[in-house]
Design a protein around this ligand. Structure first.
Ligand code: ADP
Ligand code: ASP
Ligand code: MG
Length: 434
């Protein structure tokens, strides 16, 4: 017997038929004698629909009321799954975020998960009742509903798994694991049987949305065994406890696995893309100490996250151009803020471009291998793709390019790093995603 948390994403929960498939998977785990808690997302597209309602009602919406609206999608699916399980003769009940409660802190719409009071939940699971928990939602310090940022149900699931000390947290989605890149873009993407927490963290933070970044850091911190696998499986599919998906493992575990299977680590593990950033260029900024602080301090104070930064070589007259990226959703705010401080900062013009994409290659092997970035620049240059900005970390290189070239760049790099698989193209479920 094991204690398992199963999380189902939006595509898996989209409609009565799919919820019935999910219920069958849950019932099978419970029938094997396991204690089961299920965390669910809203039906695919529902959260976007709710976000739009908020924008229509009030473009400057209050994030606390936004949370009341957008958290409702998960309330619906948790109730529906409990009802479906009951119809199959299982004991099941829903536990809303405030009922556990799932305590969260800091900003509405992007709350961080804190303490979870799981005693009653554990008791109920021990009594053979399947617990169904809406993901994404929690309770603020002021007892108001919060949500944990888009894709937050993954983090809810990991947090629940940590709180109930689950043996495993299985993230069921519409692909059967973590791939070398988004299989919706590269059909020859290769499934990874294992990926390390560090690499997954980096991949998620640069756009591989198969897991929310915070879910990976939380699993790493709280030692949660995390698997990504498909909910779209037929009758004879291998059971989840045979680990048919991708396991997220520690560096030490990965070394052991590689040694046992006599395999070598690839230099590059995966490639991700992100279309959610925008580029800002400030021209003719005075080339003097303190100038960049004048630019980035107010942005930081306004909670605007700056990602890539380049300061061009100073011009003759003691001036320089500064280029950086901010989230697309924050572009208008960033621009207004900088225009307000134009005289103080002393720049000449502000140029913005929201039609950009960030492409990143990630791999632990970069720590010990040179030439990874050079190969990236060469492969892109050979296809005429222009690089507008660059940033690096110990295990990642990112470039900013024209958004229209995203798919081409990902494919070219996937081939250049030798990641293409010889197997049949990957099958992906559901609609094309934004
Ligand atoms: P869910 O609704 O189940 O949470 P998401 O849409 O959030 O699902 O995440 C799954 C999607 O992540 C896949 O359908 C796939 O298109 C995308 N994805 C991006 N990068 C990767 C990757 N490296 N491996 C697998 N899937 C990826
Ligand atoms: N429903 C939320 C979203 O679409 C949370 C999630 O699915 O993880 O962002
Ligand atoms: Mg998701």
């Amino acid at each position: 017997m094991a204690r398992i948390v199963m999380k189902f994403g939006g595509t898996s929960m989209a409609g009565t038929e799919r919820i019935r498939r999910v219920a069958n998977l849950v019932r099978a785990q419970a029938a094997n004698g396991n204690e089961v808690a299920v965390v669910v997302s809203a039906m695919a597209g529902e959260t976007d629909r709710l976000v739009n309602f908020c924008r229509e009602a009030n473009p400057l919406y209050d994030p606390a009321e936004y949370d009341v609206v957008v958290s409702s999608g998960e309330q619906v699916t948790s109730g529906l799954l409990a009802l479906t399980l009951q119809a199959m003769g299982c004991k099941a009940r829903s536990w809303l975020g405030w009922q556990l409660p799932v305590k969260t802190f800091s900003a509405h719409a992007n709350a961080r998960v804190g303490e979870i009071y799981a005693e009653r939940l554990v008791e109920s699971m021990q009594g053979g009742e399947i617990a169904v928990i809406p993901g994404f939602q929690g309770l603020s310090e002021e007892d108001r509903i919060t949500t944990m940022g888009r894709g937050g149900s993954d983090t809810s699931a990991v947090a629940i798994a940590a709180a109930v000390e689950a043996d495993r947290c299985d993230i069921y989605t519409d692909v059967d694991g973590v791939y070398t890149t988004d299989p919706r873009i590269v059909a020859r993407a290769r499934k990874l049987k294992y990926v390390t927490f560090e690499e997954m963290l980096e991949l998620a933070s640069v756009g591989a949305k198969v897991l929310q970044t915070r879910s990976v850091s939380l699993a790493m911190k709280r030692n949660v065994r995390l698997q990504v696998l498909s909910s779209f499986v037929g009758e004879g599919a291998p059971a989840a406890d045979t680990l048919p998906g991708t396991m997220i493992v520690s560096e030490a575990e990965m070394d052991e696995i590689m040694e046992k299977e006599n395999m070598e680590r690839q230099t590059v593990t995966g490639i991700a893309h992100d279309k959610n950033e925008a580029r800002v260029v400030l021209t003719r900024v005075p080339d003097r100490p303190g100038a960049v602080a004048e630019i980035f301090t107010p942005l930081g104070e306004a909670g605007i996250n700056v990602d890539m930064i380049i300061q061009n070589v100073g011009r003759d007259k003691g001036e320089t151009d500064v280029t950086f990226t901010v989230p697309k959703a924050e572009l208008a705010r960033a621009q207004a803020l900088l225009e307000d401080r134009k005289d103080k900062i002393g720049f000449n013009r502000i140029i913005t471009d929201a039609k950009v994409a960030k492409i990143s290659v990630v791999g632990m092997g970069m720590k010990s291998h040179t030439g990874v970035a050079a190969l990236m620049f060469k492969a892109l240059a050979d296809r005429g793709i222009n690089v507008q900005a660059i940033s690096t970390s110990e295990i990642k290189v990112s470039v900013l390019i024209d958004e229209d070239e995203t798919e081409l760049a990902v494919r070219v790099l996937h081939t250049a790093y030798g990641l293409d698989s010889d197997d049949a193209p990957v099958e992906v479920q559901g609609e094309v995603k934004a």
